[in-house]
Design a binder for this molecule. Structure first.
Ligand SMILES: Cc1cc2nc3c(=O)[nH]c(=O)nc-3n(C[C@H](O)[C@H](O)[C@H](O)COP(=O)(O)OP(=O)(O)OC[C@H]3O[C@@H](n4cnc5c(N)ncnc54)[C@H](O)[C@@H]3O)c2cc1C
Ligand SMILES: NC(=O)c1ccc[n+]([C@@H]2O[C@H](COP(=O)([O-])OP(=O)(O)OC[C@H]3O[C@@H](n4cnc5c(N)ncnc54)[C@H](OP(=O)(O)O)[C@@H]3O)[C@@H](O)[C@H]2O)c1
Length: 472
């Protein structure tokens, strides 16, 4: 870097919004050159891991996959899933070890982001990530967090002895039904009704017919069977020849799930292939006693595509009614909406494509929004690993180790990824790269000037899973 460029870099100030997994990973990776300031709305790091009201919330990814590349879990080979408290401790350990806490301004909510850069021209090229002069200005509300969090006791007593309806059939809903069933053990107990709009495959553990789950989707050999962006005609032909094998793997997993879980008994067997849930990052791990609580009558399933409230609870499209004292909407969240509330025009209108997905190059840069990066929107099997590798890429982009391609090329790349997701799964709502995650990381490595094949030998390269330790 020349001295003029170095001065430009020094003049650039980096602001990071949020001190969850993504924010602390970004702060750590950028801390070497830029002393970023992290604005965190609450009084703690950890984001979702700090704000868990229910004691049973756990990591559902194996801990060795939900791990920073340079900060191993104390017992990384322990196969149990750490509680949210343990995850928070791990994140604290990381932030303390790498001295990230000093960069964070707690109780600082960003309420507005203003564009103060040059006149925006949407036909211009993206340019460097850091321009050396102010481009964005953030308004920060310097106040103690207004977030009201239920304590664990209050959360449980909200469910105890009550007729509870939980709307949703994914991870939050499953965990909440389990909490509800456990809170209702005993004489005053009431069943908890799960209101299910669409069925999805759920998995009891990371073992299928005695084989480790990673063999099916997390190795190079397994991802060879899945479409990826930028594949040539030969690969397309190869994939169509091998598509029976892809289907067979999905069927093999489905056969285990139908054998292991009472899905047929409860009318919960989905019609779509397992791979479609996997490819949309929707696979939920079932708590151990979920179906034994259903067998005891503590969890009841109600399928309904439409529902609405009546004064005593919930009514369904066939006009039947469910009485409920408490209705919990475990219906997910849309992080994009939060961003849209902050980002000014004209960028606000450009954020999402017609299918509602943000076109993020390498899962990070929006080609039409200058000097800004987004971490944590692209999902895969381990969102921590997905976020960390992108922050490493981002730090090198900030350092000008490589340059971004033209806006047109970036948009082409994101559009190809979105097309692959759409073709792979009908549930493509989220930007999920789980079936081509290794290829995604390969492209990131190549751009950073790293070798993309990162294992010690060819055998491991083909048959062992990839995780953050491969990208040290
Ligand atoms: C209960 C639960 C369990 C999960 N389990 C897994 C799992 O097992 N495996 C997996 O891979 N993923 C899991 N996830 C996904 C999880 O979201 C990611 O793994 C990761 O923790 C997300 O981190 P993040 O930093 O991107 O976002 P968040 O954790 O949401 O952090 C965002 C931070 O930004 C702050 N913030 C927001 N708005 C502002 C503002 N305007 N100004 C200042 N600060 C702001 C928030 O206070 C928060 O601290 C889980 C999610 C949930 C909800
Ligand atoms: N590790 C953990 O312990 C844990 C715990 C909780 C959450 N998480 C993570 O957090 C993220 C969000 O998960 P989530 O379960 O909260 O949300 P989600 O995955 O978005 O699921 C939302 C659920 O609500 C249903 N739904 C949405 N709107 C509905 C409506 N109007 N009527 C009926 N049903 C409706 C959806 O049905 P459709 O399928 O029909 O859309 C789906 O079943 C995921 O990444 C998840 O892995 C992890």
């Amino acid at each position: 870097m020349g001295s003029e460029e170095k001065q430009l870099k020094l003049a650039s100030r980096v602001g990071i919004i949020g001190a969850g997994v993504s924010g602390i990973a970004a702060a750590k990776q950028l801390s070497a050159g830029y002393s970023p300031v992290v604005f965190e709305a609450t009084d703690s790091i950890g984001g979702v891991w700090k704000h868990c009201s229910y004691a049973s919330t756990k990591l559902q990814t194996p801990r060795c996959d939900y791990e920073f590349s340079d900060y191993p879990w104390p017992e990384r080979d322990n196969s149990s899933f750490p509680s949210h408290v343990e995850v928070l401790e791990y994140l604290h350990g990381y932030a303390t070890h790498f001295d990230v806490l000093k960069l964070i301004k707690f109780n600082s909510r960003v309420t507005e982001i203003r564009y103060v850069g040059d006149h925006y021209d949407d036909s211009a090229e993206y340019g460097p990530l850091l321009s050396g002069r102010p481009v964005w200005e953030v308004a920060v509300e310097d106040s103690v967090s207004k977030l009201v969090q239920l304590n664990k006791e209050a959360a449980r007593s909200l469910l105890k002895g009550k007729k509870v309806a939980v709307v949703g059939y994914k991870k939050s809903a499953i965990d909440l039904c389990m909490e509800c069933a456990e809170a209702n053990h005993g004489p005053d107990g009431q069943p908890c009704t799960m209101v299910i709009r669409s069925l999805h495959w759920t998995v009891p553990s990371y073992w299928i017919w005695g084989l480790p789950f990673f063999l099916f989707y997390s190795t190079r050999s397994s991802q060879l069977l899945h479409e990826r962006p930028n594949q040539n005609w030969f690969r397309t032909l190869f994939l169509s020849l091998l598509s029976p094998m892809k289907k067979a793997i999905s069927k093999f997993i489905e056969s285990y799930l139908v054998w292991k879980l009472p899905l047929v008994k409860y009318g919960l067997k989905p019609d779509h292939p397992f791979v479609e849930d996997y490819a949309s990052c929707q696979m939920a791990i079932l708590p151990e006693n979920f179906f034994s609580e259903a067998d005891k009558g503590n969890i009841v399933f109600r399928k309904a595509s439409r529902w609405w409230f009546w004064s005593g609870g919930i009514e369904f499209e066939d006009n039947t009614r469910l009485e409920a004292d408490v209705v919990i909407l475990a219906t997910g969240f849309d992080g994009k909406k939060k961003l849209q509330a902050l980002i000014p025009q004209p960028f606000n209108n450009l954020m999402a494509d017609s299918s509602g997905i943000m076109p993020l190059y390498r899962g990070t840069i929006h080609p039409l929004i200058p000097n800004m990066a987004f971490v944590g929107y692209v999902e895969s099997v381990s969102n921590l690993h997905t976020a960390e590798i992108r922050c490493k890429w981002l730090a090198r982009l900030a350092d000008d180790v490589f340059k971004l391609p033209s806006v047109e090329k970036m948009l082409q790349q994101t559009s190809k990824e979105i097309q692959v997701m759409k073709r792979t799964t009908r549930f493509y709502k989220r930007h999920c790269i789980s079936t081509f995650s290794i290829n995604h990381s390969d492209e990131i490595c190549e751009e950073m000037g790293w070798s993309s094949w990162r294992k010690k030998n060819r055998l491991l390269e083909v048959f062992s899973p990839y995780n953050s330790q491969d990208y040290v």
